[in-house]
Design a protein around this ligand. Structure first.
Ligand SMILES: Cc1cc2nc3c(=O)[nH]c(=O)nc-3n(C[C@H](O)[C@H](O)[C@H](O)COP(=O)(O)OP(=O)(O)OC[C@H]3O[C@@H](n4cnc5c(N)ncnc54)[C@H](O)[C@@H]3O)c2cc1C
Length: 376
């Protein structure tokens, strides 16, 4: 199937099945309900084949261009059928499994994620290690054929729902920096793991603290080389800044259109509206080029930091527009529209933090793309 056929087929299928996929919205909707809805969307799109296109056949996919995956998330987000933050975890974690897991492990696990049978999480950040990932401390020591993991992660999105975790651990000496890190694929029901959700200001407690107390992980769950976990992290982060951002961009355009169709509160400021719209289009153009480079087999790298800066700037501009026009609704409104704008406005503040903060993206752009300054 080529991309055009895929798009036409999927659009027709969504015209027919879209009503079954409408998510729960409104002030009382819990994250549990959103996660249940997401599993349903993934299951139905998998069973109809759409979710399988763009993924390799060796992991249960149907082959074809990665642009199909980009379009599936775009089509679902444009129709307001998914929340891209939770939907796009697949785009962040599955490519890493395909690249770095034993082929049999990837073949067994990836279809479960695509089909919505399982949720996975990404255990990178620690209480004293976010931007400076190379200094992480969560320790894995070898014991026979296993690893034994002790330490803590934080801000682990969806850990309370996760069946597995892509976990970065320290296997070298504390001073080994990025050379002494090993990535593991951990079952979240292993004895010794404690997950504590963190209360978030926007009311969706999506991330957690995760504690590891002598957790045994089989050696064949190592992703990539022992002490080679930095390569896994560097491979994963550009994915976090490519197709998943494309999906988020489609969601933001849809919200901007909704804003224009039924503006809340006072009239929108035309200059701010123009700014938000041109940022959305600049991101769209940039991210489109990234999707095509990925589809052409190019390896993504530090240049995806430009996409991340543009997306975060767009997201905050769109929600600043709402907050300025409808301050009372965003702060206090109880109607479903106002409550949704409030939740999204508050979450938009995180756009310059998750997936690497805006300052870190600018450091990457300056040092690795523009050759300015030096890493200290
Ligand atoms: C919604 C959300 C979801 C997340 N989900 C996950 C997840 O699933 N898994 C996971 O592992 N992590 C996750 N994170 C964590 C995220 O990756 C980190 O918050 C981020 O990398 C920043 O790290 P930090 O919070 O430790 O801040 P710090 O690194 O302590 O940074 C604090 C401030 O200092 C600035 N700063 C730090 N170093 C420099 C420097 N060298 N130059 C200039 N400025 C600098 C930063 O930009 C920031 O403004 C999530 C975060 C959010 C907000």
């Amino acid at each position: 199937m080529d991309l055009q056929e895929f798009r036409a087929g999927l659009d027709g299928w969504l015209d027919e099945h879209g009503p079954e996929l409408v998510p729960p919205h409104g002030p009382g909707v819990t994250l549990d309900a959103e996660m249940e809805h997401l599993s349903k969307v993934k299951r139905l799109t998998y069973e109809a084949g759409w979710m399988r296109w763009g993924w390799p056949e060796r992991v249960g996919g149907l082959g074809g261009s990665t642009l199909m995956r980009a379009y599936l998330g775009e089509a679902l987000a444009s129709r307001d059928l998914i929340e891209p933050g939770i939907y796009s975890m697949t785009e962040v974690l599955a490519p890493t499994m395909i690249e770095f897991a034993r082929p049999a492990l990837a073949a067994e696990m990836v279809p479960r994620l695509l089909r919505g049978d399982e949720t996975w999480c990404q255990g990178f950040s620690e209480p004293s290690t976010g931007s400076n990932l190379g200094s992480l401390a969560c320790r894995a020591r070898p014991d026979g054929d296993d690893w034994v993991v002790s330490g803590q992660k934080v801000w682990t999105s969806l850990a309370q729902y996760a069946d597995r975790c892509v976990l970065l651990t320290r296997t070298g000496s504390p001073e080994s920096g990025h050379r002494g890190i090993t990535a593991l694929f951990v079952d979240m029901d292993s004895p010794g793991i404690t997950v504590r959700p963190i209360q978030a200001m926007h009311g969706r407690d999506e991330f957690c603290e995760v504690f590891f107390d002598e957790v045994r992980v089989p050696g064949d769950r190592t992703l990539g080389e022992v002490d080679g976990g930095w390569a896994v992290a560097m491979d994963l982060l550009p994915y976090e800044r490519s197709t998943s951002l494309w999906h988020r961009g489609a969601f933001l355009r849809q919200r901007l259109e909704h804003l224009l169709a039924s503006p809340p509160g006072e009239a929108l400021d035309p200059a701010d509206l123009g700014e938000a719209a041109q940022l959305a289009f600049a991101f769209h153009a940039r991210s489109r080029a990234t999707q095509y480079r990925m589809a052409g087999g190019e390896r993504l790298g530090p240049e995806t930091s430009v996409d991340k800066v543009l997306l975060a700037t767009t997201e905050q501009a769109v929600y600043d527009l709402v907050a300025d026009a409808a301050a009372a609704d965003v702060a206090l409104g109880d109607d479903p529209d106002g409550a949704r704008w409030r939740t999204e406005f508050l979450y938009s503040r995180a756009a310059t933090i998750y997936g690497g903060s805006a300052e870190i993206q600018r450091n990457i752009i300056a040092r690795r793309l523009l050759d300015l300054g030096v890493d200290r």
